[in-house]
Design a protein around this ligand. Structure first.
Ligand SMILES: [Zn+2]
Ligand SMILES: [Zn+2]
Length: 910
C-alpha cells in the first residue's frame, strides 16, 4: 500500500464523504461534557447525542457526521499505565462518527462504510473482515440482516463475516435504555504485523490479541429499548451510531505500525528529539518517554483550550497530573527545563485548523504549561527524596506496597500525583494502594468542605411525559416541535391547560394546596439554563376559578416544558383557559444581572487577558456570580478597574443586538462560546455595542434592551472558587441602589456617633486611636507600678530555708521584662536568696528564676530549677546558674509547679 495523504486530509475526507450523503457536519463538543455531571470527560462521539437517543433532545437534522475530541484517563476504558508503553493507547484521541437519528439504517450504514474504506480510501477488499451479533444466550435474535448486507457488498469475500456474542457485538448505553447489535470492521494487515509470533499457541485472528488484525470501525444499530435485565422492546425508530478511532485509521492509511508514527504525532516526537538532540537510535531506545510526552502534551493542550487548567480536583487534577507526568518523563531524557510549551506549539500547528479553539487559546495554553512545569520542578526534588526514604523503609520492613495515605501525602505536600508515584514505585519494584489513595483524597475533600465530586444520574418518569407528548401531537394539541417557547417578547399571555402532573403522573385535576406540574401549549416563562434561574409567577384561570403560584419550570422530555407550583386557590382542570403571568419585577432584575454578566466577562478579558474564561455562572434576581479561570487573586486595583469599566459601559448605554446565526458563523466571527455548554446548530448571539463591539456571546438568556437599564454595578466579593478558578459576585439595579442607600445611612450613623462630619470621619477615627494608644500605655505603666508595689510589700514576708530567703510568686498578666524587673527588686532587698516569678502570657505559663552567686557555690542552679519546675507545666527551658527562664503549655498546673520550689531548695541547698 502506498503512503496515504496527511492526517488532516484523511479527517476531512471522512467528513466530506458523509457530507456528500446529506449528513450535517456537527462541531466536536467540548472535552467537558455539557450538562452531564456523571461524566468526567467526553469519552466517545455519542456523548453529545445521548439525549437525542434518550428522547429528551431533538435536533434540526437526522443525519450527522463529526470528529469528536475524546479523553479517557480513568475507569474501564483506560489504564494510564499503558499510555506511552505501547503504540496504541492514548489519553486524548479523536473519534470519527456518522449518525442516523431515526433516519437510515443498516443497509446505508454498511454500504457507505464499505464504499469509503474501499473506493475512497482504496483499502484492499480481500483484507477486510466484518463481525455481526449472535447471542450466546439465544435470547436476542441473531443479526442476520447485517450479515446479509455485508455479503452483498461488491468484492466482499463471502467467508469474511464472523459472528460474536454480547461482549464484542452488543452495545448498551446503561443497564436500561437504548441498545442494539453492532457490526465491526477489522483489517488483516499481514503476517509481518503480528507481534505475538513467539507466544506458544498464538493464532492470528479477528478479535485475537495481536497487531495483525485491527478493529477499524464499529457500527452500532440501536433498535431496542432495554426495560430490565431480561426484557427488551423494539424502539419505534431505529438509529445508527458509528465510531472509528481516527489515529488507528490514519496509521493504516499511512502504512505505519504505530499510532505514534502517523504524521500528526510523529512531528511531536520530532520536536522532542530536536530538544534532546538524541540520534534516531537513541530515540528508539527511549521510545516510552517520547510517546508519553507526545500523548500528554497533546492532551493537556486540548484540555486547556477547553478551559480545564491544572488544579487539585477532578478534571483540573487530570490536567495537572498529565503535565507533571510528561515533565517527569522529560527529565528521563535530559529535559530538565520547562519544554512542553514547545511541543504544544506543534500540536496547535497540526490541529489548529480542525480545532480553532487551540489557536484562540494559544497564549493561555503555553503559559499554563510552563507555569505548571515550574511549579512541579520546585517540589519534585523534595518529593523524590521523600519517596526514596519511603522505599528504604519498606525494604527494611520487607514490604512492597506504598500505602494510600502516604501516596496522598506525597501529593498534598510535594505535588507528586498518584500516577507519578505509581510510575516511580513500579520502576523500583513497589506498588501503590490506589484505593487507599482515593479514600484519603476523598476524605481530604470532605474535610475541606468540597463535597462529593460526581453524583448519580437522575432518571425520573421520562416515559410518562413522552407518552403524553406523543398523544398531544396525535390530537394536534401540540406540534412536533413541542411547546412554543418565547420568554423574550412578552411576560403575559393567554392560553389553556393541556395537562397536569403530580409526582410525574398525569392527573385529571388538582386541588388547592397540591404541588403540581402544568403543561401549556406555549409559555413565556424562562426555563433555567446557561446559569440564568427560572422565572416565577402565576397561572390564573380566566374566570377566576383557580390560581397556581409558579416557582419554576423544566424540560422533562424533548418538546415539553412543565411549570411547577402550588395550587393556592380552587380546582385546576385540564382545558381551562388561563392567563400566564411572569413576575415582571423579578424578571427585570434577572435581565439586568444577565446583561451585566456579559459586560463583566468582556471587562475581565480586557483587564486580565483572554485566559479569564467563564467556568460557571449564576444569574439570579438578587445577584450575579461569575467563575472564571485565572491563577491568582485579583488586586484591589484590578477589581476597581473592572468595576469602573462595567459602569462606564452601562453609562454609554449600548444597544443590545440579538440575532440567530449558525454556530459555525458565530464562532468564526469570534463570539465567545462557553465550555461545558451544549449548543445546537442555530445559536442565539448577543452583541453589545454598535460601532465598537463591546461583547459578543452565544447566549439563550434574557437581556435588557440597552445597558443603561442595568443601573449601577457593584462588585460585592472576589475569592477562590476552586483551584485556578476565581469567583466574582456582584449586584445591579435595585439591589445596588439598596446597598448604596444602606452604606450611606450607615455612614451618617457613624458620623453622628463620632460627632464628626462625614468628610472628617477618618481624621476623627485616627484621633480616637491615638488617644486610645496613649491610654493603653498609661494603663500599662500603672499596672506595672501596682505589681511592683505589691511585690515589694510581699518581700517582707519572704520564707527562709536554711537561713536563705526564698520567694515564689505568680504575677498576673506580666511579660518577661516585668518578671526580670521583679527579680531585680528582690536582689535590691536581699544580697543572698532565691526568687522565682511566673506568669501566664497568651495562655502559656512562663517562669523566671534567679539564684544569687553565693548560693550557686552551695549547690543551687537557676537553670536546673526552672527546668524542674517547667516539667510540671508540660514544658522545658534552662539557662545560666544564676538566671534562667522556661516556658510550658499547661497554665492550670502553674500553681502546683510553684509549690515545688521549696522542696527543690530544701534538697539541693548545702
Ligand atoms: Zn498474530
Ligand atoms: Zn448570557
Amino acid at each position: 500500500m502506498e503512503k496515504f495523504s496527511s492526517g488532516n486530509e484523511i479527517r476531512k475526507s471522512f467528513i466530506d464523504f458523509f457530507k456528500s450523503k446529506d449528513h450535517t457536519v456537527v462541531t466536536s463538543s467540548s472535552l467537558v461534557p455539557g450538562g452531564d455531571a456523571t461524566l468526567l470527560f467526553t469519552n466517545a462521539g455519542m456523548v453529545q447525542f445521548k439525549d437525542v437517543f434518550l428522547g429528551t433532545d431533538v435536533r434540526p437534522y437526522t443525519r450527522a457526521v463529526n470528529s469528536q475530541k475524546c479523553m479517557r484517563v480513568a475507569g474501564k476504558h483506560n489504564d494510564l499505565d499503558d499510555v506511552g508503553r505501547d503504540d496504541w493507547h492514548h489519553t486524548f484521541f479523536e473519534m470519527l462518527g456518522n449518525w442516523s437519528f431515526g433516519d437510515y439504517y443498516k443497509k446505508e450504514a454498511i454500504t457507505w462504510a464499505w464504499e469509503l474504506l474501499t473506493e475512497v480510501w482504496g483499502l484492499d477488499k480481500t483484507k477486510l473482515w466484518a463481525t455481526c451479533f449472535k447471542d450466546e444466550k439465544n435470547e436476542i435474535p441473531t443479526d442476520d440482516e447485517a450479515a446479509q448486507i455485508w455479503s452483498h457488498q461488491p468484492g466482499f469475500e463471502e467467508d469474511h463475516v464472523l459472528f460474536f456474542g454480547r461482549k464484542e457485538n452488543f452495545w448498551e448505553m446503561a443497564d436500561t435504555g437504548p441498545c442494539g447489535p453492532c457490526s465491526e470492521i477489522h483489517i488483516d494487515r499481514g503476517e509481518q504485523f503480528c507481534d505475538k509470533k513467539s507466544v506458544p499457541g498464538h493464532v492470528c485472528q479477528v478479535n485475537g490479541d495481536c497487531n495483525r488484525f485491527l478493529e477499524l470501525w464499529n457500527n452500532v444499530f440501536i433498535q431496542y429499548n432495554r426495560l430490565s435485565e431480561t426484557k427488551l422492546e423494539p424502539l419505534p425508530k431505529t438509529h445508527v451510531d458509528t465510531g472509528m478511532g481516527f489515529e488507528r485509521i490514519v496509521s493504516v492509511l499511512q502504512n505505519v505500525d504505530s499510532n505514534y508514527k502517523i504524521d500528526l504525532l510523529a512531528s511531536l516526537i520530532g520536536i522532542v528529539q530536536q530538544l534532546t538532540g538524541m540520534t534516531d537510535d537513541e530515540v528508539v531506545k527511549n521510545y516510552t518517554p517520547y510517546r508519553v510526552i507526545a500523548d500528554h502534551a497533546r492532551a493537556a493542550t486540548f484540555l486547556i483550550a477547553d478551559g480545564v487548567v491544572p488544579g487539585n480536583t477532578s478534571r483540573n487534577y487530570v490536567c495537572r497530573m498529565i503535565i507533571r507526568r510528561a515533565a517527569r518523563f522529560g527529565g528521563k531524557i535530559g529535559l530538565n527545563e520547562p519544554f512542553l510549551a514547545k511541543v504544544a506549539e506543534v500540536v496547535i500547528k497540526n490541529y489548529g485548523e480542525a480545532y480553532p479553539e487551540l489557536v484562540r487559546n494559544r497564549s493561555a495554553i503555553l503559559s499554563s504549561l510552563t507555569r505548571e512545569e515550574e511549579r512541579f520542578q520546585k517540589t519534585l526534588e523534595a518529593g523524590l527524596m521523600n519517596l526514596e526514604e519511603i522505599f528504604n523503609e519498606l525494604r527494611d520492613k520487607k514490604l512492597t506496597i506504598v500505602s494510600g495515605s502516604v501516596a496522598f501525602d506525597l501529593y498534598a505536600t510535594h505535588g507528586l500525583p498518584l500516577e507519578i508515584t505509581r510510575d516511580i514505585a513500579r520502576e523500583q519494584g513497589f506498588d501503590v494502594d490506589e484505593a487507599g489513595f482515593k479514600d484519603a483524597m476523598e476524605q481530604h475533600r470532605l474535610d475541606s468542605g468540597a463535597g462529593k465530586t460526581f453524583g448519580v444520574m437522575g432518571n425520573d418518569n421520562v416515559d410518562n411525559y413522552r407518552t403524553v407528548f406523543e398523544e398531544l401531537v396525535k390530537s394536534k394539541k401540540l406540534t412536533k416541535q413541542g411547546v412554543e417557547y418565547d420568554p423574550y417578547n412578552n411576560l403575559v399571555l393567554e392560553t389553556e391547560i393541556l395537562a397536569v402532573f403530580k409526582d410525574g403522573e398525569l392527573q385529571h385535576e388538582a386541588q388547592e394546596g397540591e404541588q403540581v406540574e402544568v403543561l401549556l401549549p406555549k409559555t413565556c416563562f424562562y426555563v433555567e439554563s446557561g446559569g440564568q434561574v427560572a422565572d416565577t409567577g402565576s397561572i390564573v384561570s380566566i374566570n377566576n376559578d383557580f390560581k397556581i403560584d409558579i416557582s419554576g419550570s423544566r424540560r422533562p422530555a424533548a418538546g415539553l416544558i412543565v411549570h411547577s407550583g402550588v395550587v393556592t386557590n380552587g380546582t385546576v382542570k385540564v382545558g381551562e383557559k388561563v392567563s400566564v403571568v411572569v413576575d415582571a419585577q423579578r424578571r427585570l432584575d434577572i435581565m439586568r444581572n444577565h446583561t451585566a454578566t456579559h459586560l463583566l466577562h468582556a471587562e475581565l478579558h480586557k483587564v486580565l487577558g483572554k485566559h479569564a474564561r467563564q467556568a460557571g455562572s449564576l444569574v439570579a434576581p438578587d445577584r450575579l456570580r461569575f467563575d472564571f479561570t485565572h491563577p491568582e487573586a485579583l488586586t484591589p486595583d484590578q477589581l476597581e478597574e473592572i468595576e469602573r469599566g462595567v459602569n462606564e459601559a452601562i453609562l454609554e448605554n449600548h444597544h443590545l443586538n440579538i440575532k440567530q446565526k449558525s454556530l459555525t458563523e458565530a464562532i468564526t466571527e469570534g463570539a465567545m462560546a462557553l465550555f461545558g455548554e451544549k449548543y445546537g446548530e442555530i445559536v442565539r448571539t448577543i452583541t453589545i455595542g454598535d460601532e465598537e463591539i463591546f461583547s459578543y456571546e452565544l447566549c439563550g438568556g434574557t437581556h435588557v434592551d440597552e445597558t443603561g437599564h442595568i443601573g449601577t454595578f457593584i462588585i460585592t466579593s472576589e475569592g477562590s472558587a476552586a483551584a485556578g478558578i476565581r469567583r466574582i459576585e456582584a449586584v445591579t439595579g435595585r439591589v445596588a441602589y439598596e446597598i448604596i442607600k444602606k452604606r450611606s445611612s450607615l455612614l451618617k450613623n457613624i458620623s453622628s456617633v463620632l460627632e464628626a462630619s462625614t468628610e472628617n470621619i477618618i481624621e476623627k477615627i485616627d484621633h480616637l486611636y491615638l488617644n486610645l494608644d496613649n491610654l493603653r500605655k498609661e494603663n500599662a505603666k500603672l499596672k506595672l507600678l501596682i505589681a511592683k508595689t505589691t511585690f515589694i510589700s510581699e518581700l517582707e514576708n519572704a520564707q527562709t530555708i536554711k537561713g536563705t530567703p526564698v520567694v515564689g510568686k505568680i504575677i498576673p498578666e506580666a511579660d518577661t521584662e516585668t518578671l526580670r524587673l521583679m527579680t531585680d527588686l528582690f536582689r535590691e532587698k536581699f544580697s543572698s536568696g532565691v526568687v522565682v516569678v511566673a506568669t501566664v502570657h497568651e495562655n502559656r505559663p512562663m517562669i523566671v528564676a534567679c539564684v544569687t552567686d553565693d548560693l550557686v557555690s552551695r549547690g543551687l542552679h537557676a537553670g536546673q530549677l526552672v527546668k524542674y519546675l517547667a516539667g510540671f507545666v508540660g514544658g522545658g527551658g534552662g539557662g545560666r546558674p544564676n538566671m534562667a527562664q522556661a516556658g510550658g503549655k499547661d497554665p492550670e498546673k502553674l500553681d502546683f509547679a510553684m509549690t515545688k520550689i521549696f522542696e527543690y531548695i530544701e534538697e539541693n541547698l548545702n
